[in-house]
Design a protein around this ligand. Sequence first.
Ligand SMILES: Nc1ncnc2c1ncn2[C@@H]1O[C@H](COP(=O)(O)OP(=O)(O)O)[C@@H](O)[C@H]1O
Ligand SMILES: [Mg+2]
Length: 388
Amino acid sequence: MLVLGLMSGTSADGIDVALARISGTPPNLNAKLLGHTSVKFPPALRKEILRVAEQHPITAGALSQLNFRLGELFAGAALAACRKFRIAPKKIALIGSHGQTIFHQGRPVPYFAGPTASTLQIGEASIISARTGITTIGDFRPADIALGGQGAPLVPYADYLLYRHPKLGRVSLNLGGIANITVLPAAAKAEQVFAFDTGPANMLIDALVSHFTSGRQRFDKNARLASQGRSIPALLDNLLSDPYLKLAPPKSTGREYFGHGYLKKLLELGRPHRAEPNDLIRAATIFTALSVVDALNRFVLPKTKIHQLIVSGGGAHNPLILAQLSAALPGVEILPSSRLGVPEDAKEALAFALLAYETFHQRPANVPSATGARGPAILGKISYAPPR
Ligand SMILES: Nc1ncnc2c1ncn2[C@@H]1O[C@H](COP(=O)(O)OP(=O)(O)O)[C@@H](O)[C@H]1O
Ligand SMILES: [Mg+2]
């Protein structure tokens, strides 16, 4: 089956598209990545996504419009990928679309006298299936939350299929807006896989860069700015004492915690040290790497031997993050995911192609030990293509 995966993460930088040929039944499922591409969001729309994801007020009408407009953009990205890969849409059996997260509350909190967890990914799948003529599965997370899980992370299912190894203990690390790890002990069974969000990845770095350049620059390409900053150990220690790091997994986080409020906190923390912009960007970059290291030391390495750390997501292009990981994790080989055949920017989109394939075959694809769900769930909702 040819399947397209569409992913836009918490960075809201754009839509990553992966085309995969998938066959078989787990655990002997074969997924071959045939191509990947990405499409940027128009800047004004990106601003609106970030505004909404930061929980600024939006009317029901505007939210409804945003849902359908994003559906058009996702459909456009799928069609652009078809043109780029020179493949007719009618040859593609299925699309898996993660959608754009605008809210995620993985743990139940009191709400109108009832503990409530919820998550909202938008980008209307009926628009995607109608524009492309390809049956589309979207809205993967709610089914896991409905079983008491956090609805995240969902990529561990793909990590297990792609990276489990009979002799090597592996951790798959994705550095998107948020950083998350999947732990795959050597010869792991699915029940032994666990995963959680370790903290921020690019979210704080991007927020600082965008703040200091008044939006002219969106991210710290190749850590150029961070490399010019000076280290402020006391500031870094302060960041590393963040309570989120100590919270036992399963846990997930997002822009609600590491978003604008955290940017303000960082700016304040820098003041007594007279931190320059690049010093703060450096601190955020090192904090990102060391919060991953902290999670490994606290929750993973005491339990299981890890030989390799496989890194994907946009942050895998940040040389300072990679250098910090290498320095702090002696004995662990740091491998960009492309070394194992999946380009860093295609990994999550490929995961959603795989999840859609599983749902299409009515098989569960959450990993309860990763999300905390009571049991297996068949994820997502199907929007059929209009009849030809
Ligand atoms: N060359 C690079 N150098 C440093 N950071 C990069 C580079 N390329 C991408 N990034 C970072 O990766 C982020 C996007 O990563 P991505 O995996 O798409 O995250 P998400 O899944 O949240 O959308 C960018 O916002 C940027 O911070
Ligand atoms: Mg992205």
